[in-house]
Write a protein that binds this ligand. Structure first.
Ligand SMILES: C[S@@+](CC[C@H](N)C(=O)[O-])C[C@H]1O[C@@H](n2cnc3c(N)ncnc32)[C@H](O)[C@@H]1O
Length: 181
């Protein structure tokens, strides 16, 4: 069902959704497995889609770690709201800093993203990365996947460390970016 919803949304808005199918659970594990979840008190996910990565974050995070999920598509967000009543939801990644103030979250330990940056205008891309950077604690981490290395130079302007890894067990294969503030 999730795959059908995802495909339908892709047909409606291909640029915004950015992929034909949800990520593989292998990719989600690759993104999350080396993060020190036991130390995290506040985390956010941007571009959750139908929730492949959301599910894995909820499995890994401590019970008392507060979690914000941001997804612009109403149907996919609604699906996740029904599934995860303890999670806080919002719509637009470009409003992340303002959202944190509104919901009374302090700076975040971690932001995980599945956003399709490659399809965005340069200005929106920059605004989202600025929001992520402003929303993270001084030692916060930002992890995301993309299908190219196009985001490397922008990320290097905002983060002290940017590492990438190519991962084959996804359709299409993806680059995982690990960034430290
Ligand atoms: C490539 S899909 C990834 C979905 C999911 N994370 C996964 O890995 O299967 C990108 C998602 O980002 C969402 N999205 C795109 N632009 C957004 C924005 N500005 N704010 C929040 N979500 C956005 C899309 O609606 C879509 O669900």
């Amino acid at each position: 069902m999730d795959r059908i919803l995802f495909l339908r949304k892709f047909i409606e808005e291909p640029k915004k959704i950015g992929s034909l199918t949800p990520s593989s659970s292998f990719l989600a594990d690759k993104m999350l497995r080396d993060l020190p979840w036991e130390n995290f008190s506040y985390a956010a996910e941007l571009g959750a889609g139908t929730g492949t990565i959301t599910k894995k974050i909820i499995e890994r995070k401590p019970n008392d770690c507060k979690f914000l999920v941001v997804e612009q598509d109403y149907s996919m967000r609604h699906l996740l709201e029904e599934k995860y009543p303890d999670v806080v939801f919002d719509s637009f990644a470009e409003n992340l800093s303002r959202t944190l103030q509104r919901i009374n979250f302090p700076l975040l330990d971690c932001v995980v993203s599945g956003l399709p940056f490659a399809n965005m205008e340069e200005d929106l891309r920059r605004r989202i990365i600025e929001n992520v950077c402003d929303s993270l604690k001084h030692d916060g981490v930002f992890v995301m996947f993309q299908y190219s290395l196009q985001m490397n130079s922008l990320l290097k302007k905002y983060f002290s460390s940017v590492k990438t890894d190519f991962f084959l067990l996804n359709f299409p294969p993806a680059f995982v970016y690990f960034c430290k503030k």
